[in-house]
Structure formats: structure tokens, C-alpha cells
Ligand binder design. Structure first.
Ligand SMILES: N[C@@H](CCC(=O)N[C@@H](CS)C(=O)NCC(=O)O)C(=O)O
Length: 191
């Protein structure tokens, strides 16, 4: 198995890096320089015509693209420790928060950073409104879905992207601030 990542900690490869570290897995990796366009060489496009990382190449040549598909595949191979919940309800809650954080935090933050003017402003408003809801969701809970999970990784990546857009944590979001401080102490957060 060979995991293709990037050299500069772009958000999606970083999600997989953090997941692999949290699981304690060792997977051979190859890093592409995205700025130099290594994701668009004919050789890489044969592996992933969508020209993005991460991808996971299995020993029989099967290519798995899409961050969540890679994570779900690895989770099936290595169920312990569970990072997508240990029973049906826990899995549903992890996936619920993962989607909320991907769409409402990460994608809103990306849209804000990658655009200007009205589009960026609108995305910033969505991001701030969603973070207020995430703050409410974290009340009385250490992690988004109870136990630490891929939803926490998603929220962390979303917040790191928001920080690139100069959106700082509102001091009123005490739960998110407490959660973020705890997240920063995890070794995976440095990857
Ligand atoms: N939906 C894909 C997105 C993958 C993606 O866009 N990766 C970015 C890095 S965060 C990339 O490789 N960009 C290179 C490019 O678009 O040229 C996933 O979830 O894995």
C-alpha cells in the first residue's frame, strides 16, 4: 500500500496524516509537490484523473481517492481504536459532526480564503454562524461526538483553514476554545 500526500500540509492530505497518526499506523508514503504541479503529470493523472491528493494505492494497483473513502477503508482494516464510533449510534453521530464540520466549517473557510468580495464575505458569515453552533454542540462534551473521532480532525482542519483567513476564535466560544486547546496538545496536530 502506498499513500500519496503533499509536501506542504494542504488540508485533505493533512486529515489523512492526522488520522494515520491517531491510529498509530505506519503506511509508506510518497509526497507530491502540488505547487510544482506533480499532481498533473501523466503518470499521476493515470492514477487519479481528478488530480488531487490524498490517494491510496493498494498492492494490486487499486486506487482509492477521496479523503473520507481512504479513512473509512483504513478504519475497516484497523477498527481499534475506533475513530468512527464503536456502535451504530456512535458512528452516526461521528458522521453527522464530520459532515457538519466539513461543509459548515472547512468548506466555508476554504471558500472565504479562495475568494474575494461578496463571495468571501458570505462564506465568512456562514463560517462564523456554524462555529457558534459547533460551540453549542461542544457544551458539556470533551469531543464533538463524545469520544475523540475523525469529526474532531475535520473541525481542527477547518479551524486551521479559518485562521488562514484571519478568522480568530471568538472569546465567547468558550467550548470551542477549550476544545481547540486540547486538540493542540495532541501530537497529530503538529503534522
Ligand atoms: N475531495 C477530495 C479533494 C482532494 C483535494 O482537493 N486535494 C487538494 C489538496 S487539499 C489537491 O490535491 N489539490 C491539487 C490541485 O487541485 O491541483 C478529497 O476529499 O480528498
Amino acid at each position: 500500500m502506498l499513500l500519496y500526500l503533499d509536501t506542504t500540509r494542504a488540508p485533505n492530505p493533512r486529515r489523512v496524516r492526522m488520522y494515520v497518526a491517531e491510529k498509530g499506523l505506519t503506511i509508506p508514503t510518497k509526497e507530491l509537490n502540488l505547487r510544482a504541479g506533480e499532481q498533473r503529470t501523466p503518470e499521476f493523472l493515470r492514477k487519479n484523473p481528478f488530480a488531487g491528493v490524498p490517494i491510496l494505492e493498494l498492492d494490486n494497483g487499486t486506487i482509492i481517492a477521496e479523503t473520507l473513502a481512504i479513512i473509512e477503508y483504513l478504519e475497516e482494516l484497523h477498527p481499534e481504536p475506533p475513530l468512527i464510533g464503536a456502535d451504530p449510534v456512535a458512528r452516526a453521530l461521528v458522521r453527522m459532526w464530520d459532515r457538519r464540520c466539513e461543509i459548515g466549517v472547512y468548506l466555508a473557510a476554504s471558500r472565504m480564503v479562495l475568494n474575494k468580495g461578496e463571495v468571501s464575505d458570505h462564506a465568512r458569515k456562514t463560517l462564523v454562524a456554524r462555529l457558534a453552533l459547533v460551540n453549542d454542540g461542544l457544551a458539556g462534551r470533551e469531543w464533538l461526538a463524545g469520544q475523540f473521532s475523525i469529526a474532531d480532525i475535520m473541525l481542527f482542519i477547518g479551524l486551521e483553514t479559518a485562521h488562514h483567513g484571519q478568522v480568530a476564535l471568538d472569546p465567547a466560544w468558550t467550548n470551542v476554545s477549550r476544545w481547540y486547546a486540547a486538540m493542540k496538545t495532541r501530537p497529530s496536530a503538529t503534522l
